[in-house]
Design a protein around this ligand. Sequence first.
Ligand code: NAD
Length: 480
Amino acid sequence: MTLPDAVPTRLFIGGDWCDGGDGAFAVLDPSTGEQICEVARAAARDVSAAISAAADAQPAWAATAPRERGEVLRAAFELMRSRSEELAYLMSLEMGKSPADARGEVAYAAEFFRWFSEEAVRIDGALRTAPSGANRILTFRRPVGVALLLTPWNFPAAMATRKIGPALAAGCTVVLKPAEDTPLTALLVAKLLAEAGAPAGTVNVVTTDRPGELVTQALGDPRVRKLSFTGSTGVGRTLLRQAADRIVNTSLELGGNDPFIVLDDADLDAAVDGAMVAKMRNGGQACTAANRFLVAESVAQDFAARLSRRMGALRMGPATDENTQLGPMINRRAVEGIADKVERTLGAGATAVLGGRRHDGPGFFYPATVLTGVPRDSAAATEEVFGPVAPIVPVKDEREALEIANNTEMGLTGYVYTSDLARGLRVCESLEVGMVGLNRGLVSDPSAPFGGVKQSGLGREGGYEGIDAYLETTYVATSW
Ligand code: NAD
């Protein structure tokens, strides 16, 4: 598969495309394991240059009329929409998303630019009278400053736009470091932003396959005021420690171990439809992916049979093939990790009613897998699997479902299926998560606050709340 001509492969700093000071690294097509191209590897001086460009551009960008900032984002939204086929193809190529998932992500990603183009003009302050009546309290918002944005490989467009959109709307400038497996999509998004009118230096992209040192350097730079990270909990924890040295304002979107609860009164057709989305979107490689199915004993067998039929019917193949419904995993390490968790779960007494064995041959594939009779303390029920594996844990009742669901340090998303809305809402309130799909298998929505509790993250992205991460509040005490 070939790379479309328009896709940049160099660093984007201060409005210019430049070579990396540390050579280049290979980007692979996970459908074949073959190299697509090489991308510039940034050196320490490139990171400094990107931060300088962002810091130099920031005051003028913050002083730009909110409407103008919004219009740049709106133009970027339109460009993403008009170039959606190219973006979708690129994500299928470098990340392995099926064509339908890739088109879905482009639409989702572009919506963050539209949403935050509308939020740019709604940044408000407040005026109130102190309880004593002695003075007034006036508040206004201002941008945090230069933001360092670190994104994962699983949603290469949406995780970038979910951060760049609110940052630019707020008047911040950014240095984006995309994941090493999927740098191309981020570079193309940056190119579209420049075409949309984002001034030189407002958006900078540095790529590397050696992120540790460069990110430590950036977090130590006094001009960086904000860190927004999406990725694994382990790396997030390390970065939070590093951010502590300079008290860098930090937002974290981390891993999940999301429960999908099917109560005994659920509409099973609807639950299976929802499970297909919650489990199989992006081949199960989503932080919001249902990781464990907690299903009432009375319906567990029926649910497993129906889900296996649907998952087993998915066509697995190269991601750029229009017929493909389940593409490859991101890399060999990911396949090995999934296989290891499945093997340990089978060893603990579970049964594979679909799949359960890794796929031989070129590319990084793992077949759709359904495990039944999964012990609640086994690997697949306690660790983030991040692949097309549905472990089904039978539960006695709602109380046991909740007890298992909350018995984890993660708290990103939960799903609940029941025909009784009041019962469903009661379960939603008791789930220790940031988001719940109640009789729905999809929670992601640019206009809703996305984020987790416990070790799944700090802060929210998207919705009215999303811009707050890039704003500070200043208060003026006065009287007249
Ligand atoms: P990862 O933590 O390995 O990488 C994320 C980013 O951090 C990448 O840009 C990577 O280059 C960078 N990175 C890696 N090691 C680093 C280090 N030592 N110092 C600085 N930066 C470093 O995560 P991943 O494998 O790319 O993504 C999968 C994880 O992301 C899963 O756990 C998933 O649940 C999570 N995720 C969360 C959300 C969310 O919104 N909560 C969304 C998508 C993915």
